[in-house]
Write a protein that binds this ligand. Structure first.
Ligand code: IMP
Ligand code: MG
Length: 173
């Protein structure tokens, strides 16, 4: 049976929010080159749309992590699957996330990357589900705070599907 996807945040709303976020970043890093790091694969759509709207020089890199669990629940153990290609020492780093949930992935990445001595380090996320937080960590910039619902689209998947939806959706039973 085909799943029905309801719209939680429309494509237009997502795009105008990304424009706002890009404007704020361009202003904050004026005169500098910002090095944006995307966490594969979820953050790719958000990262591209954001990067296209930045008016300052931009460099990009990617990393990939996985969290091990028993299949239904995350164990909270995060493993690095793909490291960065370049050193971040002395760079203005902005880590791009699709969604912040328990906060485990982000707290692992923040610790790992801050040890590499960037000139500055910030985290921005398109979506935040603060009700689900297990680890005490807050992003420096958030697109939308959303309720505790499983969302898809704009990079976010359900069993690898729906990443390509141009809006943030929820699977309806
Ligand atoms: P955290 O370590 O619990 O914060 O997990 C964050 C990761 O879990 C995100 O990068 C997503 O890959 C995934 N995730 C959390 N909530 C959702 C959701 O509602 N839809 C799709 N993926 C999600
Ligand atoms: Mg992710």
């Amino acid at each position: 049976m085909a799943e029905k996807i309801g719209v939680l945040i429309s494509a237009t709303e997502v795009e105008s929010k990304i424009q706002e976020m890009a404007d704020a970043i361009s202003k904050e890093y004026e005169g500098k080159t910002v090095h944006i790091i995307g966490v594969l694969k979820g953050s790719v759509f958000f990262m591209c749309e954001l990067a296209k709207r930045l008016t300052i020089p931009v460099t990009m890199d990617f990393m990939s992590v996985s969290s091990y669990g028993d299949g239904t629940k995350s164990s909270g153990i995060v493993k690095l699957v793909k490291d960065l290609d370049e050193s971040i020492e002395g760079r203005e780093v902005v880590l791009i996330e699709d969604i912040m949930d328990s906060g485990r992935t982000l707290s692992y990445l923040v610790k790992l990357l801050k040890e590499r001595k960037p000139a500055s380090f910030k985290v921005i996320t398109l979506l935040d589900k603060p009700d689900r937080r297990v680890v005490e960590i807050e992003p420096d910039m958030t697109g939308f705070v959303i309720p505790d619902r499983f969302v898809v689209g704009y990079g976010l998947d359900c069993a690898q599907k729906y990443r390509n939806l141009p809006y943030i959706g929820v699977i309806e039973e």
